[in-house]
Design a binder for this molecule. Structure first.
Ligand SMILES: [Zn+2]
Length: 310
């Protein structure tokens, strides 16, 4: 994508790189200094000498991978310099602590959106509109077929789905960091009163969010050795990696669902094997990508292509 070596930011086999600052952004391989947009593991690589992120991202990363990483933190909107290049982090609205990263040198501005969304989400700071000359944007859902419904409508649909099967256990699969906390926050606004159980990875992230001041409703820790009758009529939130695992066989009466933007495509919904798909995403849809490009006033726009993971 970005081939001209004179550009401030370029794409290399290790990821996005600012040569003048000798700094990488979410590198794929170990490097000396890495700026990290957010704490999803596909944006983090072990083995870098130094990391820089927001405080929230640093706290979440430490919770996930251990506190021994060398990570410096910076405040949203506060410029700092590396080798004379001005750098600042700005909220991207994707998950707690997520950032767009802006580079400024002489009169030239570059903005890397990282993963971002424009929908309202009370579990993280709202996306900040940042003006730039060059925009490097994610485009996970960069097709006109992607158009998200109101988050509250999806939360009501989930609540209705669970309440329509009081004799079953509803297993809802979603990403442990960001999506799970957003769903819990939205569900708590729908008057959903059933028991909620969360897998350890989600439970741990909920605790971390609460520690960072985000209001997440209390849930029970999911224990697979528990009497299965205790889960009846309730909601169990699990990470997608556990789908089709053998321990799920002990549940006699279940219904399964998957909460992901990909569930807006009927063919993917069918192929996924889940009983129900809820189209909710922490990425911008087509209209919001276009809106973001327009609002940035960028003269040049580059897209990062993501690999579809279900
Ligand atoms: Zn992400």
């Amino acid at each position: 994508m970005i081939k001209d070596s004179s550009n401030l930011i370029k794409y290399t086999d290790k990821g996005l790189y600012c040569e003048l600052a000798d700094t990488w952004i979410d590198p794929h391989k170990p490097v000396n200094r890495a700026l990290i947009t957010h704490a999803h593991m596909d944006h983090f690589t072990f083995g870098c000498n130094e990391y820089i992120s927001t405080y929230e991202t640093a706290m979440i990363l430490k919770e996930r991978i251990g506190s021994e990483i060398n990570i410096k933190t910076c405040e949203y909107g506060k410029e700092f310099k590396i080798n004379g290049i001005n750098i600042s982090f700005h909220p991207s609205g994707h998950i707690l602590g997520s950032s767009q990263i802006k580079f400024k040198f002489a009169e030239e501005r570059w903005l890397i959106t990282g993963d971002f969304k424009r929908q309202k989400d009370e579990t993280c700071k709202e996306f900040e509109k940042v003006k730039t000359d060059y925009l490097i944007s994610e485009s996970t859902f960069g097709l006109p077929i992607f158009k998200w419904e109101e988050t509250q409508k999806t939360a009501f649909d989930i609540s209705k789905w669970i309440n329509s099967a009081p004799n079953k256990t509803s297993l809802l699969f979603c990403y442990s960091l960001g999506k799970a906390q957003r769903l819990l926050n939205e569900l708590s606004k729908t008057n959903f009163k059933n028991n909620i159980f969360t897998h350890t990875t989600i439970y741990k992230m909920n605790k971390c969010y609460k520690k960072l001041g985000i209001d997440i409703c209390d849930t029970n820790k999911f224990d697979k050795t528990q009497d299965i009758d205790e889960f009846k009529g309730g909601l169990v939130l699990l990470p997608p990696t556990l789908y089709k695992r053998s321990f799920l066989k002990k549940f006699k009466e279940i219904q399964t669902g998957f909460a992901s933007g990909w569930m807006s495509i009927r063919a993917l919904r069918k192929r996924s094997g889940y009983d129900k798909g809820f189209a909710i995403s922490d990425h911008a849809d087509w209209e919001d990508i276009l809106k973001t490009i327009t609002e940035s006033e960028a003269k040049n726009v580059f897209f990062i292509m993501e690999i579809v993971k279900l």
